[in-house]
Structures are given as structure tokens and as C-alpha cells.
Design a protein around this ligand. Structure first.
Ligand SMILES: [Zn+2]
Length: 151
């Protein structure tokens, strides 16, 4: 992957001690070549979560998190809104995936899951959802994603 962490699961993902559901996710990011992408409105949302700001800072310094420039997220958010087909109220998350080419999303929001898998909103490869340890197989990079380009 590169993986996007949505605000709906952020408190659990950044929780200390680490929750079982997110052990494969953190192993991928911390011990292998996984990368968290964030930016725009979502950056502000994640930084408000307890431990979120501190962990993102450490991960960024270690090259394991990447902040997508706000301008590209804002431009993509506008493009997504203009399509007028989002069922979630999170066009900024879809926009981040378009800007970064990340196709893995950690979210508990079913409407956002639907948008993330909608190929009209987010072009192929089709978006994948991670919510718990059973979803470890979705954790991989995609063509052109930021983490792959950097490695
Ligand atoms: Zn990647």
C-alpha cells in the first residue's frame, strides 16, 4: 500500500497500547515498506486525535508517512465534488487517494467504503478497505503510489 487512515478509525489506530486489529498495519508501516499518506483536511483531522500529531511527525521523519501538498488535495476535492456522485461526506478522503494514488483505506464508514471502491470516483486499481487483522492481505503498494515511487 500506501494507506490512508480516515478519522473514523484514527483514535483506534493511534491508540496505545496497539490494538490487535491494527498489528498487521503497523508491522507493514514500521517494519516493512508501508507508508501512510495524509494531507489537506484529513491531516488536520488526524492531528486532533490523541497521539495522532506526535506519531505522524515521527513517522514522517522516518520516511514512513508522507504529507501530500494541500494544493493537490484541494484541487482533487473540487474535482470529486463536481462529479456529484459521492455518497459519503468525505470527498477530501477520495481526493487524497486520487492525489497520492494510494488505494488502501482504513475506515469504519460504509458510505466512504462505497465511494472508495467506486471506479468513477477513484480510477483503477480498485480501492481496498482495511478494518482489522483479517484484512492484512490488502496491504500492498499500487502502481504509481508515493511509497513505491520513493522506494
Ligand atoms: Zn504505496
Amino acid at each position: 500500500m500506501c494507506v490512508i487512515i480516515d478519522a473514523s478509525l484514527a483514535a483506534r489506530i493511534f491508540a496505545s497500547p496497539m490494538q490487535e486489529d491494527f498489528v498487521p498495519l503497523w508491522n507493514w508501516v514500521r517494519c516493512r515498506d508501508g507508508c501512510i499518506v495524509y494531507g489537506g483536511q484529513l491531516a488536520a483531522e488526524l492531528e486532533r486525535v490523541r497521539q495522532g500529531a506526535r506519531q505522524l511527525k515521527h513517522l514522517s521523519a522516518a520516511g514512513k508517512a508522507y504529507r501530500v501538498p494541500s494544493e493537490s488535495v484541494v484541487a482533487e476535492t473540487r474535482a470529486v465534488r463536481n462529479l456529484g456522485i459521492c455518497v459519503s461526506d468525505d470527498p477530501h478522503v477520495i481526493a487524497l487517494a486520487r492525489a497520492s494514488k494510494a488505494r488502501v483505506l482504513c475506515s469504519g464508514d460504509r458510505n466512504l467504503h462505497a465511494d472508495f471502491k467506486n471506479l468513477r470516483l477513484l480510477p483503477a486499481p480498485k480501492g481496498r478497505i482495511y478494518q482489522n487483522a483479517e484484512h492484512a492481505s490488502v496491504l500492498r503498494h499500487d502502481p504509481g503510489c508515493i511509497g513505491r515511487r520513493r522506494n
